[in-house]
Design a protein around this ligand. Structure first.
Ligand code: GLN
Length: 535
């Protein structure tokens, strides 16, 4: 029988539910259990793919091409269970499923209602990933208890334990215990209120994870335990981490969270193996070198917009015993102040993916600067497209070269719409999405990094390298380092007489893990480290 852990949040949003859920998943996996993770988001968009990064942070893409919440990035980085379309549902998707069933007449003349039809649909989405070989499903509910829009999800998870048996479900509630300066003490009342709200809905949490900036005193724990009706050992402190998010799982273990979960769900475990994790923290604490990378993007001021990029750089840093300082730079600042002023001092420049014209000229200038000064450069998706534009304009002499995304009438459309996109008008879920194989060519820098000619990487784009310019740009010195299997689509470009200039059409940042850095990120950070050392 698969066991279920439901994770809810209270008091405020942004408590790090995703990270805590992922950490719990990791601890259970490292105890020999098979774990599946899932996020249920109460908003009405069918998926986050159509949302601005300002609203929602990065859109995380899975192998199967689904565009999902960025918490799934935490899940994939911390655990190994497969994530699919079933791993992330929104209210919009749930309603869409129910409405489609209604149109097909599947409700046999009944009035279709939130309870039971919407709640049944939610429950079936949870049950869908509880396959026979899965020991534990962790389902995180987005939003904060008390939100109107999350009510059907709360009702569904309440009913779920009636359906599968109370002994098979565990409710974990994340809450905030704020420190009030004026009073000089931690305050437990918000936690009491938020658990009160949960209990009104009919959910008695089993475990409380208390996010706090100061340690909880025994009194605080006892007060929370008694007002919230949980055993005092089940009041788990999760203190803010100044150093690294990778400390979270270890601090949960110190508070015995793994043992409490295992015992309550009656699971059988192997001894917890955190060797790799401790090793990565050790490397993080004892760097042998320091370097800095500039990430030049349109949404640089938003900390979640390039989440997986920042994390992948960190992974590569840990792998290479390097402490990496990341500078988030808005590309429009480069347009205003020039690359010299903004980028001098950095050991590497990375341009991530993006959409729309704003800031693209600043990216092109940044790339020129990195190319001409032999600064390691890594372009990703739009970053690759901008690298092709820069090379076409400034090396191949194709004046006015551009992407048709930014200038429909450009004299040299070196980047154009993919053929398969020509007649697509809907915006949701219609890009070239998900994992696709690429052939990496012999003699390329990318092959040195991957060590394999066949790779699978995730995509999310509508535009591509225009093959009409392939020969001309190659003749001018651009290396086509990888293509799609059939050779038709350019996947990686490089510049051979540059210390490290690699630009990819796909998103390697979705396949990097703290304990297994992505080979291209690792190669990039190594090149940046070589540059620092040679300074
Ligand atoms: N806007 C570009 C395209 O659609 C790049 C997309 C991206 O960077 N994810 O092709």
């Amino acid at each position: 029988m698969t066991k279920h852990i439901f994770v809810t949040g209270g008091v405020v949003s942004s408590l790090g539910k995703g990270l805590t859920s992922a950490s719990v998943g990791m601890l259970l996996e490292q105890s020999g259990l098979s774990v599946r993770m899932q996020k249920l988001d109460p908003y009405i968009n069918v998926d986050p793919g159509t949302m601005s990064p300002y609203q929602h942070g990065e859109v995380y893409v899975l192998d199967d091409g689904s565009e999902t919440d960025l918490d799934l990035g935490h899940y994939e980085r911390f655990t190994h269970g497969p994530l699919t379309r079933d791993s992330n549902y929104t209210t919009g998707q749930i309603y869409l499923n129910v409405i489609e069933k209604e149109r097909r007449g599947e409700f046999l003349g009944k009035t279709v209602q939130v309870i039971p039809h919407i709640t049944n649909e939610i429950k079936s989405c949870i049950a869908a990933i509880a396959e026979d070989d899965v020991d534990v499903v962790i389902t995180e509910i987005g939003g904060t208890v008390g939100d109107i829009e999350s009510l059907p999800f709360m009702e569904a998870i309440r009913q779920f334990s009636l359906d599968v048996g109370k002994e098979n479900c565990l409710y974990m509630h994340l809450t905030l215990v704020p420190y009030l300066k004026a009073a000089g003490e931690l305050k437990t009342k918000p936690t009491q209120h938020s658990v009160g709200l949960l209990r009104q809905i009919g959910i008695q949490p089993d475990i409380l994870i208390c996010r706090t900036e100061r340690s909880l005193a025994a009194d605080d724990r006892e007060k929370i335990a008694s007002f919230c009706n949980v055993p005092v050992q089940h009041v788990i402190e999760e203190k803010d981490k100044d150093f690294s998010i990778y400390e979270v799982p270890l601090s949960l273990v110190e508070n015995k969270l793994d043992s409490i979960i295992i015992k309550q769900l009656g699971l059988k475990r192997k001894p917890l193996n955190l060797e790799k994790w401790r090793d990565l923290l050790h490397r993080l604490r004892n760097p042998e070198t320091e370097l800095s990378i500039a990430v030049v993007g349109k949404y640089a001021e938003h900390k979640d917009a390039y989440k997986s990029i920042y994390e992948s750089i960190d992974h590569a840093g840990m792998e290479n015993h390097a402490q990496v300082r990341i500078g988030s730079i808005q590309s429009e600042v480069i347009e205003r102040d020039g690359p010299e002023r903004v980028l001098s001092g950095y050991d590497g420049v990375l341009i991530p993916g993006g959409f729309g014209e704003r800031g693209t000229e600043g990216k092109v200038e940044a790339i020129r600067w990195a190319r001409e000064r032999a600064i390691p450069f890594f372009g990703i998706c739009l970053g690759m497209q901008c690298a092709v534009i820069e090379f076409a304009r400034n090396v191949a002499g194709l004046e006015g070269a551009n992407s048709t995304e930014f200038d429909k009438n450009t004299s040299h459309p070196v980047i154009g719409l993919l053929d398969e996109q020509q007649n697509i008008t809907d915006k949701g879920g219609t890009m070239r999405l998900g994992a696709m194989d690429a052939k990496v060519l012999a003699g390329s820098r990318s092959l040195d990094c991957y060590g394999s000619q066949k790779v699978s990487e995730r995509h999310r784009h509508r535009y591509e390298f225009n093959n009409d310019y392939r020969q001309q740009l190659q003749d001018a010195g651009l290396t086509i380092a990888a293509t799609s299997e059939d050779g038709s689509l350019v996947e990686i470009v490089e510049i051979a007489d540059h210390p490290w200039f690699v630009a990819v059409q796909f998103h390697p940042e979705f396949k990097s893990k703290p304990t297994e850095a992505h080979p291209l990120f690792s190669g990039f950070v190594q090149a940046a480290a070589r540059r620092t050392q040679s300074k």
